[in-house]
Design a protein around this ligand. Structure first.
Ligand code: PLP
Length: 493
């Protein structure tokens, strides 16, 4: 029986499998090489959606058939962030190098929860590279995670534990961040039991940075009311506009007020690789914790994030896996402690580190820094095009790689008369423009709300994006606004 079933999931015919696999690799390389020939994104027809409602198959399907299904029904209907025209949310473009590294990692199928294996050294090297990049001290610990949301959860759990060790009642803890902070912070507060109400959202200045005076007033008010100011979040690149808080000033306040300084550097932290941006991140070296992603500006295929924590011992105390089945030894497979599972939530973990390691080594910090500078240069080009355009207006200062703008509605009249559009109609117009551009396949910005206004948001994160893509976005915006004026479109869009 064993002779029949042993290795039952390996190919019967390895030569066949090899040929088929090479075809799959070739197809994917062709796809990446010819991205510009396709729409950025296209909606999937309902019939294709329905294909994914079929029951769990009982029998086998040939790999060649699955590959054909992938090529026909899945590949054309992904989100499109590999495409140079993708500018929505904050999505990295990935690289062919990352793709093949991911395949090698899957082939190895290593579980990086722990154990005595070199893949852990790969992850440790990345953590140490990042520790040095951000000038954090030696005892800093870290762990690779799915993304900044998970990284922030680990950081805030550790910060809460420090407060608990100090005997501060958990129900008095309050955290501070700018009103532009990403939602993952409130969610982390919820998950660790403090609740979203523990977050004080502080007003921003004209540069969309946390207003330092308002922050200090809020801290004083909270102290007066018997609360325990506990943590402040510094944004190294806000999700809406890419603003970088004054991290040095925040760290001075954090030290004076004895607050934990957590920095959300989801995409912005890596801009330290761009020499002209690095000075704006001064203060990041004072972080108690830093959450960041490689899958955004690092161009590593999804998913790969990192948390770094200055007090490595506290970090380990917060997550150490002490169960008997995870006991450590000095030799053998259970050696090589501490393990990544001692620093995070996941026990079973894939070899995420490999695609990060390949990416950082294949391109090096200088080329990655130049790519980040280029994205910011493109953002400035877009800013200029918007400023020069008679019907478009900037919605926020462009401080990094994100441009938020809106159509002013001039030359577009309200549905019923010749009056200028109301604020609600203007918001509807800009929402419709974003949808229209996305459906056109020419570009893919996303929608944001800035100062209560619905705006078109272009985040230039993709290393493939060029000036021509920026111009195409403006052209697509104009075309969308014209389409909106046609009554039939207006009522359906
Ligand atoms: C500033 C910021 N923080 C946090 C996040 C969440 O990161 P992730 O999606 O990797 O969990 C994002 C995602 O875009 C972000 O832009």
């Amino acid at each position: 029986m064993d002779a029949v079933l042993g290795g039952v999931l390996d190919p019967d015919d390895w030569d066949n499998f090899r040929t088929q696999s090479h075809q799959m690799l070739d197809d994917m390389i062709d796809h990446l090489q010819t991205l510009r020939q396709r729409p950025v994104w296209q909606p999937a027809p309902e019939a294709i959606r329905q294909r994914f409602k079929s029951p769990l198959p009982k029998g086998e399907t040939a790999l060649s058939v699955l590959h054909a299904e992938f090529m026909q029904y899945i590949l054309p209907f992904a989100v499109g962030n590999t495409h140079p025209g993708f500018m929505g949310w904050v999505h990295g473009g990935g690289t062919p190098v990352g793709m093949v590294a991911e395949m090698l990692a899957a082939g190895l199928n290593a579980n990086l929860g722990g154990r005595n294996q070199i893949p852990l050294e790969v992850e440790r090297q990345i953590i140490d590279w990042m520790r040095q990049l951000f000038a954090l001290p030696e005892p800093t610990s870290g762990v690779l995670v799915a993304g900044t949301s998970s990284a922030s959860l680990i950081a805030l759990t550790t910060a809460r534990n420090r407060a608990q060790e100090q005997g501060i009642p958990t129900d008095t803890l309050v955290a501070y961040a700018s009103s532009e902070v990403h939602g993952c912070i409130a969610r982390a507060l919820d998950v660790i039991g403090l609740g979203r109400g523990a977050l004080r959202k502080v007003a921003c200045n004209g540069q969309q940075q946390i207003d330092l005076l308002s922050l200090q007033q809020q801290i004083a008010e909270d102290r007066a009311q018997g609360k325990s100011p506990w943590l402040v979040v510094g944004c190294a690149g806000t999700v809406n506009t890419g603003a970088i808080d004054d991290l040095a000033a925040l760290s001075a306040i954090a030290q004076r007020e004895q607050l934990w300084l957590h920095i959300d550097g989801a995409f912005g932290a890596l801009s330290i690789l761009a020499p002209e941006i690095a000075p704006r991140l001064r203060g990041i070296e004072m972080a108690d914790s830093l959450a960041m992603d490689f899958h955004k500006w690092g161009q590593v295929p999804y998913d790969a994030g990192l948390v770094l924590i200055r007090d490595g011992a506290l970090h380990q105390r917060s997550f150490a896996a002490t169960d008997s089945y995870l006991q450590r030894e000095t030799h053998g497979l259970a050696a090589n402690t501490p393990w990544p599972c001692d620093y995070g939530i996941d026990l079973s973990r894939g070899f995420r580190a490999l695609k990060v390691w390949f990416t950082l080594k294949a391109f090096g910090s200088e080329k990655l820094g130049a790519m980040i500078s280029h994205c910011c240069q493109l953002a400035r080009e877009l800013e200029q095009l918007v400023s020069d355009h008679p019907q478009l207006e900037l919605a926020a200062p462009v401080s990094l790689n994100i441009v938020c703008f809106y159509h002013t509605g001039s030359e577009i009249r309200s549905h019923t008369d010749d009056d200028p559009l109301t604020p609600e109609q203007l918001n509807a117009l800009n929402r419709a423009i974003v949808r229209h551009i996305q459906c056109s396949g020419l570009a893919a910005p996303s929608l944001a709300t800035v100062a209560g206004r619905s705006v078109i948001r272009a985040a230039i994160v993709n290393h493939r994006t060029r000036s021509e893509d920026i111009i195409r976005l403006i052209d697509a915006t104009e075309a969308a606004a014209i389409a909106y004026q046609i009554p039939t479109h207006r009522s359906t869009s």
